[in-house]
Write a protein that binds this ligand. Structure first.
Ligand SMILES: Nc1ncnc2c1ncn2[C@@H]1O[C@H](COP(=O)(O)OP(=O)(O)OP(=O)(O)O)[C@@H](O)[C@H]1O
Length: 337
């Protein structure tokens, strides 16, 4: 049951599309004032759960309350209290940012004066100031996201839903959005429910993370506690040859807590990395046909948490990889602002 101070409570929420179970009996409780990162690969069910919580989709079964109201039976009450910035922002390229904000204010029943005052506040909160008088069609990808964020905030919501707010943005625009989200949370105490495919984003922003895979919540906790549960250190070994034999050899060592394999890569959880490396190298050198291509030590990441919870990798959604490839979509902010 919902506890006082709970901003979002999902109990056994399921959403099907025909035979496909997009969200499979998910339980989540988000405290007021918390940033909850909802992390998962493509098609895991993040957007679907977000839409259920924002009243845009009805759950097939289960129950959810947001800001104290039931999403199915009190949808109007929920809508007044939530701000929503979805992946496909419904922005009109022919209007100016200021016009869109004014329209949104009227939509929520604010007077002209109240809307003006609110827009002035928002331009402090969300960095869109100088672009407001220009048509949205001239905005960069990052500016559009920030305008969409401002639109979601016009009615001063208690809970903000952000669905993949930085997907496709360049690193500079991404870190600006991160700053905005932190500021909204810290200065206004706003609860934020944020979906992301980026491990670093979830790690960076969230007080707690829920990891979803194929509709099911597979892990939940603070980023630190999730990583700690994996082991103190992670040794990544890339091998050529019979991977299963390599895995067995590594697994037999006392220092090793867990081994996950993906292709020719072994991800090995150990309690003490530096002292595990040389026994591991020796053990692998004795396995016929196995050659070690690379052996490195690192701290556990949410990727390791995902791998350990699902047996699969998150399939390459890493910001550093995207940055080096050049992020797709949206012109750099500097061109437009
Ligand atoms: N309206 C719909 N009709 C049928 N299937 C749908 C619909 N919306 C989503 N799905 C399916 O439900 C599953 C979950 O999709 P969802 O969009 O929630 O995933 P996601 O985690 O948000 O993925 P992404 O990161 O790609 O946005 C997918 O298999 C998707 O194809």
């Amino acid at each position: 049951m919902e506890l006082p101070g709970t901003a979002i409570a999902a109990e056994g929420v399921e959403r099907r599309f025909g035979d496909l179970v997009a969200v499979d009996r998910v339980d989540i409780a988000v405290r007021a004032g918390e940033i909850y990162g909802f992390l998962g690969p493509n098609g895991a069910g993040k957007s679907t759960l977000t839409r259920v919580l924002c009243t845009l989709l009805r759950p097939t079964s289960g129950r959810a309350t947001v800001a104290g109201h039931d999403v199915a039976t009190e949808a109007d009450q929920v809508r007044l209290r939530v701000g929503v910035a979805l992946q496909e922002a419904a922005l009109d390229d022919r209007q100016t940012g200021a016009e869109m904000l004014a329209l949104q204010g009227r939509f929520y029943g604010l007077t002209r004066a109240a809307t003006r005052a609110r827009v002035a506040e928002l331009t402090d909160l969300v960095d869109i100031g100088s672009a407001l008088g220009r048509r949205v069609g001239t905005y960069s990808g990052g500016m559009k996201r920030r305008l969409d964020l401002a639109l979601a905030l016009v009615h001063d919501p208690e809970v903000l839903f952000l669905d993949e707010p930085t997907t496709g943005l360049d690193p500079v625009s991404r870190s600006r959005i991160w700053e905005e989200v932190r500021r909204l949370n810290k200065e206004l105490g706003m609860t934020v429910f944020l979906t992301t495919q980026y491990l670093e984003e979830a790690d960076e922003l969230s007080d707690r993370v829920g990891i979803i895979n194929r509709g099911r919540l597979v892990a939940e906790g603070t980023p630190e506690s999730l990583k700690r549960a994996i082991g103190t250190d992670v040794v990544v070994v890339r091998v050529e040859g019979p991977v299963e034999d390599a895995r067995r050899a590594v697994r037999s060592l006392d220092v090793v807590r867990r081994v996950d394999t993906s292709g020719g890569t072994l991800t090995v959880s150990v309690s003490d990395g530096p002292s595990a490396i040389s026994p591991m190298a020796v053990a692998l050198s004795r396995v016929p046909g196995v050659t070690v291509q690379e052996l490195s030590l690192r701290r556990p990441s949410l990727e390791d948490v995902f791998l350990s919870a699902t047996g699969e990798r998150m399939a390459g959604r890493r910001l550093d990889a995207e940055a080096s490839r050049g992020a797709e979509g949206g012109r750099p902010d500097t061109e437009a602002s």
